[in-house]
Design a protein around this ligand. Structure first.
Ligand SMILES: Nc1ncnc2c1ncn2[C@@H]1O[C@H](COP(=O)(O)OP(=O)(O)OP(=O)(O)O)[C@@H](O)[C@H]1O
Length: 700
């Protein structure tokens, strides 16, 4: 497709007052090269500059205040870092101080005693007098004395600030650009939607997101642009889903001989109703003749492994092979061991391929996959290598998908010659609905929303470090009743050395406190062999306590372990704590999770800990996590497309997302190829943006 050059491709150098030096600064610091880049560089907040207060009305409760007054006098006082310029600023109600620690020489030249200014900033009381440090100061003019509007504040880098590129300058550039750009901004939503949701035009929205005429306009602009962003996000995902459903054939897996045999002879337990329902959904896909693209969500311990295995059997029953890809070696190993038990019973060949598989082993696996001798392969990224070829890959299961990129997924698809393999994505931690929709809106969703019968909810408590002896006492009691215990320490890359020392000190003090019980230790610095050895001892019950880092976070399954002690729990994220806790409560015994922390906790940390104490429900926890941290921070989601949402906030804009999704669904159901005249704005936008994998709401 040839690039269409538009007005918005003009270089910012053409704006008045930009010049080559500033242009290159904006290029390198903010990635702003063209009018398009600039106009889409939205401010992150606005200052309300419509109202004034008098000096008598100042109060510390005001986050900021705008005052008209006169500089009566000023002086430079103090020495060294305390050196500052203090100006006395007065109006008819009183006097206050304006203070500068930086730019003193500039203000010495700029301040004129007797002249009138508008000062803006955060008022702080010193005794009976208020002062503003580093206020924004503008000479009073006929224009600004009525109060201006809302001033946009842009994210800027330190270097830009040093070079005197501030929000005011960007706002001036924006004003200049908007004056000429307005007629070039095409409408990108159909009239019907604008009317249905009473939204303003794209051009008005762009103008008001930068330089709003009023608070009401700003709100309208935000709502319109968020809607558009989410609408195109959903349109892209739903369209993608439709294409898969209509255009991509899938192998049909009807034979169920092996599956029936497994059910009759080896099935270790009764499936839960939720597991059965999900398997019916999957089976429906696998006999539909279309390629399956499904997301399998289930809370920690809900029994995803058996669902994955039965799905694999459906493929193998029909002469196809299955693979499962996990983000880490430990997790791949866990899947391997979990699945091997079942595979061995049926005499199926299962292999494991990770970074540490030796060359010779690799070669054998490659051959067996190519000849079709190997039925199931479990692995990490190593599976993506070109040398890995299958005879007939019928099913790919991807665990923890959000750690894999879109391109990696596509590479797996292409591993089969004639027909794409069926795809199933499993997430080990529940994700909130809004996030699931924007990340995985192109997939069909299956949820295992029920834990196996007989599980007792894990009891979670919070204990301060000072109560460690009591905790040890409790651990001892549990071990004497035949149970096993995990003690987990944080190990975070930035403070790895110290953390490692904590882990080893912890190991030592536990060894001293439990002289009669064998203790294991597990961390990322150990070799694969040592890790396997330690894990095996714990699985067999030879060690009673496992002191570990978060390497055991996902997938580890030792039903006899009933106590999880998390040291420095304040340093873990919510999802991570929920995952860790999920390592216990996997058998029939009552299980416990003990979150150890320091006395001093931030408000957010307290909320995290209290949430875990209060609920075992992963979906509820995921929602709190989203509220606390925002979607960009949820573990591992950064690179997966969520960052492309510039304005919409999935924690707050759920209602807009639902409306946008519904609209996208309706429009595509009525007009899948977007050929109706009323959908021309969408068609145009989609045609221009098709090249862009992630963001279809860009200015064209
Ligand atoms: N229907 C069931 N009845 C009884 N036990 C079950 C059932 N389904 C699974 N289990 C057992 O529950 C435990 C957890 O299952 P599994 O390891 O598949 O969980 P998961 O969903 O993968 O969770 P995680 O993400 O925490 O690993 C295992 O010991 C498994 O054998």
């Amino acid at each position: 497709m040839t690039e269409r050059v538009t007005f918005f491709d003009t270089k910012i150098d053409f704006l008045k007052g930009v010049g080559p030096q500033r242009a290159s600064l904006l290029n390198t610091e903010l990635n702003i090269f063209t009018y398009r880049d600039l106009i889409q560089y939205y401010p992150f907040r606005h200052e309300d500059r419509t109202r004034f207060v008098t000096i008598a009305e100042l109060s510390e409760a005001l986050p900021s205040a705008q005052v008209i007054g006169r500089i009566r006098d000023w002086a430079v006082v103090g020495e060294g870092p305390k050196k500052r310029l203090v100006a006395e600023f007065t109006d008819h109600t009183g006097s206050m101080d304006l203070v500068w620690f930086q730019g003193i020489t500039h203000f010495e030249k700029f301040l004129r005693p007797g002249a009138e200014y508008i000062a803006y900033g955060k008022p702080i009381a010193f005794g009976s007098k208020y002062s503003i440090t580093h206020p924004e100061l503008d000479p009073l003019t006929a224009e600004n004395e009525q109060g201006s509007t809302f001033h946009p504040i842009y994210n800027l880098t330190e270097k830009l600030r040093r070079m005197r590129v501030d929000s005011k300058l960007i706002a001036r550039m924006m004003q200049q650009l908007l004056e000429v750009a307005y007629p070039h901004i095409h409408e990108t939503l159909p009239n019907s939607l604008l009317e249905q949701y009473r939204m303003i035009s794209k051009a008005d929205a762009i103008e008001n997101i930068h330089l709003p005429k009023s608070q009401a306009w700003l709100k309208q602009a935000e709502r319109r642009l968020k809607f558009e962003e989410l609408f195109y996000n959903q349109l892209r995902l739903i369209k993608n889903k439709l294409i898969h459903k209509t255009e991509y054939p899938g192998q049909v897996f009807r034979n169920m001989k092996l599956l029936n045999r497994f059910y009759k002879e080896f099935m270790p337990f009764q499936l839960t109703e939720a597991q059965k329902r999900v398997l019916r959904e999957i089976h429906g896909d696998l006999v539909s003749g279309k390629q399956m693209n499904r997301l399998l969500q289930g809370d920690v311990g809900s029994g995803k492994t058996i669902v994955a295995f039965i799905t694999m059997l459906m493929a193998i029953d029909n002469g196809a092979q299955a693979c499962i890809m996990a983000p880490t070696e430990i997790l791949a190993d866990q899947h391997y061991y979990g699945l091997k038990v079942f595979a061995d019973q049926l005499g199926l060949t299962i292999g494991r391929l990770t970074g540490s598989t030796r060359t010779k082993g690799r070669r054998i696996i490659h051959e067996q996959l190519q000849s079709g001798l190997m039925h199931i392969i479990v692995g990490t990224h190593a599976l993506l290598e070109d040398v890995v070829q299958f005879k007939n890959l019928g099913l790919c299961i991807i665990d923890e998908q959000h750690r894999f990129g879109v391109a990696q997924r596509a590479r797996l698809w292409n591993k089969n010659q004639d027909i794409y393999p069926h795809m199933m994505v499993m997430t080990a931690t529940p994700i909130p609905r809004t996030l699931a929709m924007t990340l995985y809106g192109n997939l069909d969703l299956s949820v295992i929303d029920e834990l196996p019968a007989g599980r007792k909810p894990i009891k979670t408590v919070h204990r301060y470090d000072t109560h460690r002896l009591e905790v040890f006492g409790f651990m001892r009691q549990q071990i004497e009743q035949g149970r096993q215990v995990y003690v987990v320490y944080p190990l975070i890359e930035e403070s790895e050395k110290l953390d490692f020392k904590d882990l080893m000190d912890g190991h030592e003090s536990i060894t001293r406190a439990f002289p009669n019980h064998p203790i294991g230790v597990l961390h990322g610095r150990m070799t694969g062999y040592d890790k396997d050895f330690e894990m095996e001892r714990f699985v067999k019950g030879e060690t009673k306590i496992m002191v570990a880092t978060t390497v055991i976070e996902v997938g580890v399954n030792v039903p006899n372990a009933s106590v999880m002690v998390v040291e420095s729990a304040e340093r873990f994220g919510l999802a991570q704590l929920h995952q860790l806790r999920g390592r216990v409560g996997r058998g029939a015994e009552q299980s416990y999770c003990i979150l150890m922390t320091d006395y001093k906790l931030s408000k957010e940390t307290r909320t995290r800990i209290e949430t875990l104490v209060k609920t075992n429900n992963g979906f509820e926890i995921a929602d709190v996590d989203l509220q606390l941290r925002g979607p960009g921070d949820l573990s591992g989601t950064q690179q997966s497309g969520i960052a492309d949402l510039i304005l919409a906030d999935l924690a707050k804009d759920g209602a807009i997302l639902m409306a946008a999704r519904e609209s996208a669904q309706q429009i595509l159901a009525e007009d899948p190829d977007l050929v109706l005249p009323q959908h021309a704005p969408i068609r145009n936008q989609v045609e221009v943006q098709r090249e862009d994998e992630t963001n279809w709401s860009r200015i064209s």
